[in-house]
Design a protein around this ligand. Structure first.
Ligand SMILES: *[C@@H]1O[C@H](CO)[C@@H](O)[C@H](O)[C@H]1NC(C)=O
Length: 186
């Protein structure tokens, strides 16, 4: 192997291990990015992941939640294994569910909820919106007031339009009854 090949390998290995979380194994993928294996480590929370993570294995841990936005700083992330974890499937699981739905929808069948009781042992792909709980509570406040203002504006515009129409019709009717008022003006 030529010297630059050795250097490249060294660089790849150092790069791969530099940001690797203590509870995971990492190695550089040929296709760029990192393979990060954190399976079977009894993790109860996600470690801080390297920005170049491409394949992320989190199977067989004790993870309950993925905080919304967790994978947003991992632009290269393509493959995620989150099976065999006691997922708590309330509204907060929506981020993970949407992430998987967008990138690897077939994986949803294998991600199984552990709690709450209503959805225990059910895979993520089977859950309906109402089973995930009320996700809209945060939006309701701002959207409700926006809706109210929208309704008020709509009523005001319609009322104004009607008033204009009525006055126009009145004017026309008056002109018809007194035709002289228009024509007699020089
Ligand atoms: C899951 O991880 C534990 C260690 O936390 C290990 O003993 C066990 O063999 C693993 N199970 C599977 C199915 O990989």
């Amino acid at each position: 192997m030529p010297a630059w090949g050795v250097l490249f390998l060294l660089w790849a290995v150092v790069g791969a291990t530099k940001d690797c979380p203590a509870s995971c194994n990492c190695h550089a993928l040929e296709t760029m990015g990192l393979w990060v294996n954190c399976s079977g480590r009894r993790l109860t929370a996600l470690p801080i992941l390297p920005a170049r993570t491409r394949h992320l294995l989190l199977a067989n841990n004790s993870l309950h939640v993925v905080p919304p936005g967790t994978f947003d700083h991992l632009p290269q992330l393509q493959m995620l294994d989150v099976t065999q974890n006691p997922w708590h499937c309330d509204c907060s699981i929506t981020y993970l569910r949407l992430w998987l739905e967008d990138r690897m929808p077939e994986a949803l069948h294998h991600v199984v909820c552990a709690s709450p009781a209503l959805v225990a042992a059910r895979p993520l792909n089977q859950l309906t919106g109402s089973e995930l709980g009320n996700c809209g509570w945060q939006l309701q406040g701002s959207w409700a007031s926006l809706r109210l203002w929208w309704d008020v504006t709509l009523v005001a515009v319609v009322t104004l339009g009607l008033a204009l129409l009525v006055s126009l019709l009145c004017t026309l009717a008056r002109l018809q009854h007194e035709p002289g008022t228009v024509t007699s003006r020089p």
